[in-house]
Write a protein that binds this ligand. Structure first.
Ligand code: RFL
Ligand code: PHB
Length: 391
């Protein structure tokens, strides 16, 4: 088999890249390790920057997003038992949209299958060969049968635990990493959201976030230990802890309880591998970088990467040589590092650090107060949260 672009991974990055290439008349094959059911059911991100919505809209895959997505113009920071609204739209003129990542993935899979684009699920033992030459080859097994694909370029969109980054020989990548001493316990519950906007709460017992998927589905997160055992968290303990962390001075209980449909623990990490390229392999999304979810940047960065990669691949496929592809990594990383800084900053400002002393604790509260009381402080949060421009 032969194609122009071999894409590893059918997450938001791989599927959107395949779609943007299709719109530009470029052929690709997408290989995914998991089943369609699994990738469509994987609950993860939920917050889309306006730039992400614009890319999906221009790509013609946002009809359902515009029908079902919830547009937000602000968010709440809660600390010391009081809420403070950050007026994202008033400050920046931009909005964000709540729409589950798995819904984006479903829409992109439907689009891909709708025009008959090759998309292989349950591809086993995917391996890359000849990346430093002009004709890279991808091999895998499908239903026990050995398969291979020759291509011009390989796009590594296989997430943090994929094989693409590890296919780069030692010594070619520089890795920057920070692992945080806590994780998030996340639940999806059949209950109306606590508020019409997201609430980011800093509490002495730890951070908590109240977000949503629809007017009847809440998504709630609690800071927990990195090695937390879910078995120690029966539903009643989760609700009790949520009520305490969102507590208000007036004693009002805002979090609404309902049947818990899903529970999980998410590790918190900052990670960047540079450059996002080796020979004819180009990395995009979580395969190259991870951010802690506090800034809601992970999926948005994946979308920005493939937007740039699709442009560079178009130039390459039109016969303009490697120049645009040579600039890909640098162009992405300039934006990625700003999102890394923002995600790290939001994480530091809102979480409980066990080793922090009384001085650091006071500084953390002063920083929150500054962000809420100063227009410049609020703007720093708002312009990063809604997404820096995609130049
Ligand atoms: P994905 O989504 O991990 O997709 C990679 C795909 O590659 C497949 N794969 C392979 N395929 C073939 N061969 C192999 N050897 C393979 N190995 C892996 C995988 O099965 C998978 O289908 O990466 P991608 O496309 O780069 O997308 C990145 C996003 O998924 C990620 O950044 C976000 O989910 C992060 N994130 C958030 N991002 C946001 O923008 N806004 C948010 O509100 C937000 N909240 C979150 C989040 C991530 C979370 N978790 C669970 C990590 C909240 C949470 C709790
Ligand atoms: C989510 O809706 O899952 C979500 C929203 C904002 C975040 C993280 C997760 O910062």
């Amino acid at each position: 088999m032969r194609t122009q672009i071999g894409i590893i991974g059918a997450g938001p990055a791989g599927l959107l890249l395949a779609h943007l290439l299709h719109l530009a008349g470029i052929e690709s094959v997408v290989l995914e390790a998991r089943s369609r059911r699994y990738v469509e059911g994987r609950i993860r991100a939920g917050l889309l920057e306006q730039g992400t919505v614009d890319i999906l809209t221009q790509g013609g895959v946002a009809d359902r997003l515009h029908r079902e997505g919830m547009v937000h113009e602000g968010l709440e920071l809660r600390f010391d038992g009081e809420g403070h609204r950050i007026d994202l739209h008033g400050l920046t003129g931009r909005r964000v949209t709540i729409y589950g990542q798995q819904e984006v993935v479903k829409d992109l899979i439907a689009a891909r299958l709708g025009y008959g684009g090759p998309l292989v699920f349950e591809a086993e033992d995917v391996a890359l060969h000849g990346l430093d030459g002009e004709r890279p080859r991808i091999t895998w097994r499908e239903g026990g049968e050995a398969r291979s694909l020759d291509c011009d370029i390989v796009a590594g969109c296989d997430g943090f635990h994929g094989i693409c980054r590890d296919s780069i020989p030692p010594g070619h990548l520089t890795v920057y990493e920070r692992v945080y001493p806590f994780a998030w316990l996340g639940i999806l519950a059949a209950a109306p959201p606590a508020s019409h906007e997201l609430i980011y709460a800093r509490h002495a017992r730890g951070f908590a976030l109240a977000t949503m998927r629809s007017p009847t589905l809440s998504r709630l997160y609690l800071q927990c230990r990195p090695d937390e055992d879910l078995a120690q968290w029966p539903d009643s303990r989760i609700w009790e802890e949520l009520h305490r962390r969102f507590e208000r001075r007036d004693g009002a209980r805002q979090v609404k309880e309902g049947p818990i449909l899903q529970k999980g623990i998410t590790a918190m990490r900052s990670f960047v591998a540079e450059p996002m390229r080796y020979g004819r392999l180009f990395l995009a999304g979580d395969a190259a970088h991870i951010v802690p979810p506090t800034g809601a940047k992970g999926m948005n960065l994946a979308v920005a990467d493939v937007y740039y990669l699709a442009q560079a691949l178009e130039a390459f496929c039109r016969g303009q040589g490697m120049a645009a592809l040579d600039g890909y990594s640098r162009r992405c990383l300039a934006r990625i590092w700003k999102a890394q800084r923002f995600s790290w900053w939001m994480t530091a400002m809102l979480h409980r650090f066990d080793e922090a002393d009384a001085f650091e604790h006071k500084v953390q509260l002063a920083e929150l107060a500054y962000v809420c009381e100063s227009r410049a402080g609020a703007m720093t949060l708002a312009e990063n949260y809604v997404g820096l421009p995609l130049e």
